[in-house]
Write a protein that binds this ligand. Sequence first.
Ligand SMILES: Cc1ncc(COP(=O)(O)O)c(C=O)c1O
Length: 405
Amino acid sequence: MIGDVLPAIEPVPGAGTAARGAGGPRAEAVIDLDAVRHNVAHLSGLASRSGAATMVVIKADGYGHGAPGVARAALSAGATRLGVATLDEALAVRAAGIDAPLLAWLHLPDEDFAAAVAAGVELSASSREHLAAVLAGARAAGRPVRLHLKADTGLNRGGCRPEEWPELLDDAAAAVAEGTAEVTAVWSHLARADEPGDPSIDAQAERLRAAAAQARARGFAPLLHLANSAATLTRPDLHLDVVRPGIAAYGLDPIAQPADSPLRPAMTVRGRIALVKTIPAGEGVSYGHEWVSAGPRTLALIPLGYADGVPRRMNNGGRMRVRVGGPGGTVRPVAGRVCMDQFVVDCGAPGELDVAVGDPVELFGTGAGGGPTAREWADEIGTIHYEIVTGMKGRVRRTVTGENA
Ligand SMILES: Cc1ncc(COP(=O)(O)O)c(C=O)c1O
């Protein structure tokens, strides 16, 4: 269920300042809803120039940012639709009192769709089997379901293959005639939108248009949607009727994040120094003693580890950096391995840096002033920033900031 991984907590007055001696939780993911609003306003501005509406993707608990808060921020900034993967995620959005158009797209055919239909959740179908199950839910709920028929245009993941598409449309037409369904949209998902210019992007768009033409030939008038963040940012010609950005709403560019990016990262992860000590030269630090002090060093212990979503392999290359001392602080390297609950920061020669127990340490954030970012973490361990921000867990508390947080 939404909210299980990082339980949302009440907004903390002044959170986000992380001033020295400010106290606060030992580890927190600070979510800046003003940044979400700013990003969604940018994305929906791009979409509206193409005449498209904006569906912000808030699956996986809003990419780890807290789905209900992100949803409200997005809807106040120009989004008119929301998208999630699962029925549970959709019902949690409804339980939070959010009644905007909401699509859920990833199901097992033996799930019970009735509650979602009753809650007005729009549902995707990728096969005749899925459609039959969704329609059974609509009959049980006693109201028609709004269908988004998903075409597999080349991702070869979800979606209906072109050979089976006519039969799926026939079943949908029968359901419409029966009063069990409306065909709201025909849609698909891109495989390589983050590689602008890749020929698969146009090929997929062409196949979606062909699938839509078949739907129109049966009398449907579906909305079309295809564009994720990358295509929303780079392919206005593929905005169609609705764009479906996720990661960019959280301020992370799926392609590259230039210094003048209009996107503002919305998640900053912080810990606080639990212990400060000085060691002599030649001492190994953390498990395996991979890092050995070249001279006397001041070390700071940060009580956050891989059980909290800091990947253990983050510091394998010894390049992990954190910012010691809050927003205006100093970027310092991590010494040795990341452990389950903790890691150690090399604060330099004794006296080089003024560090004290309780001082804030930024693990990643907006990148302002050269600070560490989720992208930097991702690049370091050969993954994507999506995995970093959705991976914060364990003892990291979520603190929500921003207007109306
Ligand atoms: C079907 C679908 N649409 C849109 C998105 C949003 O993608 P992105 O976060 O790259 O914008 C996702 C996320 O993976 C998705 O699964």
